[in-house]
Design a protein. Sequence first.
Length: 271
Amino acid sequence: MRVDVVSIFPDYLAPLDLSLVGKARTAGLLDLRVHDLRDWTTDRHRTVDDTPFGGGAGMVMRPDVWGRALDDLLDDDSHLLLPTPSGDRFTQRTAERLATETHLVVACGRYEGIDARVAAHYATRPGVTVSEFSLGDYVLNGGEVAALVLVEAVARLLPGVVGNPESLVEESHGAAGLLEYPVYTKPPTWADLAVPDVLLSGHHGRIARWRRDQALVRTAQRRPDLLDALDPSALDAHDRATLADAGRPPHGAEPQATEDPSGPGGGSREA
Ligand code: 6GU
């Protein structure tokens, strides 16, 4: 995958040399290039912004400067990504989709944003997809941190970047639609806190059930919106009983009354 990031603060993207993303680059799995927008200015002062038409506070980034940069960087199979607090929410699903693409161009705005004609113009260009995306409901000073987030979230999904692909399976915001269960390692007791017995039991079935219960209860407590978005058929009778115990009985269609060996509300939910 090729990724171009354009910013007036290219040094902001220096962390992309480090850790997993840095390794993906040196391994040739990710061709990532960071560019200084001012390389496409034509005036002595290397101006990238001007005052907003219609008045108001702050400055707006000029479309002509962005246009020269993007004309140089976009090809006929490119996805132009514009970080902005008014964009669509960036999620794990967004990262999964982007990880299948061949060329991403991230245009980092500053000030009050980029002249709206830039998104409009490139959306009409054949072979170019334009997406405006937001990290969440708060305001950053510019798109650079969002570009870091996007590149890290996408790069770790590229084949070969994460050493053990199994670690992508059960994580939060994965296919299950639940937050991840809590994890523990040695020592078995620390600060008077013991690792839950079930994890030391060697009983794989009970461990899997306990982890799923923990994921369900955590999600109910911290992100009830994620539970509401679950397909009710993804919950078995034990899941539903666990959620009822947590004070969040799932709504949606009651599942078929199938044989649950532990009986209604039975089993080891509070292991
Ligand atoms: Cl993508 N950009 C800016 N400037 N602020 C944000 C954001 C993006 N996402 C949340 N806040």
